[in-house]
Design a protein around this ligand. Structure first.
Ligand code: OGA
Ligand code: NI
Length: 333
């Protein structure tokens, strides 16, 4: 079956876009974004030696926003630059070269190059193509889905994965301490060193009717946390108190999203953030989220130390794979 890539559609859509990409007025970004506010998602300096201060900032951001940006995070800027360079180069290959990595229709795995097939509610489609593959742990990696071109794709992605551990560990430690748990308990609840890092590259081509379309509709991530780096084209939005705000990019920051699994383990103290992505009229947006997830067969539920008679569990415990199945099929959790 021929799948139509948004990148191809963009090449021949010079003034208008096909109707299925036009959002209802409830979703159109131009109509639903708070204009001209200075409200910004918190920016946290991870190198601050005052750990209590960092913990307080992370607790505050994770409880009120579910999203924050971190600076001085320890991943060399050059490593991030090289990750982005090879990802962009992959999407700039001719279509047939990219199709060699296409997800086969009917495949159970999320990995591979693709375009979301099924339409969303109201029959709408998102203005984006993507590539998914795991980057950690080595035992979970399937190199079949890693582009061989450009040749440094593998090295640059491995380098990024290696440097991510420091940030991930620090974030989980702070999130854990912020709940009154031991520093390692949050990470352990997510599978410890067996946590999976799933990289996605979102490729949002320029869109002549950018005000009417969305790159990714409103959602929360299923992951524990998501760590995202964007190219320099703005577009990520976060929802706070029922209003949509642009997330202003800070140079060299990583954007951290609290995902559903952290909300569950924290028994609702931390909130997974509702977010979406706009597209741009003149420029291609690209983003690289890494979904840090529990292993699929790990059972995740509110942490036993956080529930008691006064604080009953607000979520069911279930295997991560089961959680994802329910969410993707829109059946109750
Ligand atoms: C996602 C996502 C936002 C962005 O892929 O889950 O929320 O800025 N992406 O690309
Ligand atoms: Ni997301």
């Amino acid at each position: 079956m021929e799948v139509e890539r948004v990148q191809e559609i963009a090449n021949f859509s010079k003034e208008t876009i096909p109707e299925e990409f036009i959002r209802t007025t409830y979703e159109q970004p131009a109509l639903t974004t708070v204009q001209g506010t200075v409200l910004e998602v918190p920016v946290i300096d991870l190198s601050d030696p005052d750990e209590e201060k960092v913990v307080r900032a992370i607790v505050d951001a994770s409880s009120n926003w579910g999203m924050f940006q971190v600076v001085n995070h320890g991943i060399p800027h050059e490593t991030v630059r090289k990750l982005k360079e090879v990802g962009k180069a992959f999407f700039e290959l001719p279509p047939q070269e990219k199709e060699a990595y296409a997800k086969s229709p009917g495949s159970q795995s999320i990995e591979g190059y693709g375009t979301k097939l099924q339409r969303e509610v109201e029959g709408k489609k998102a203005w984006v193509d993507h590539l998914f593959h795991k980057i950690w742990p080595p035992s979970e990696i399937n190199y079949q889905f890693w582009p061989k071109n450009p040749p440094s794709y593998r090295k640059n992605n491995e380098e990024y994965a290696k440097h991510m551990h420091g940030v991930v560990d620090k974030l989980f430690r702070c999130l854990s301490l912020g709940l009154g748990l031991e520093g390692n308990e949050m990470k352990e609840a997510m599978g410890g060193d067996n946590m999976v890092y799933l990289l996605k590259i979102n490729y949002y081509p320029q869109c002549p009717q950018a005000d009417l379309a969305l790159g990714v509709p409103a959602h929360t991530d299923m992951s524990a946390i998501t760590i995202l780096v964007p190219n320099d084209v703005q577009g990520l939005q976060a929802c706070k108190d029922d209003h949509w705000y642009d997330v202003e990019y800070i140079p060299n920051a990583l954007i951290v999203h609290i995902g559903d699994q952290i909300e569950i383990v924290s028994n609702g103290k931390y909130k997974s953030v509702l977010h979406r992505a706009k597209v741009n009229k003149e420029k291609t947006r690209i983003s690289w989220p890494v979904f840090v997830e529990p292993p699929s067969d790990l059972e995740v539920g509110p942490h036993p130390k956080l529930v008691n008679e006064a604080y009953p569990p607000k979520f069911k415990s279930k295997k991560y794979s089961q959680y994802c199945f329910c969410k993707l099929n829109k059946t109750p959790q």
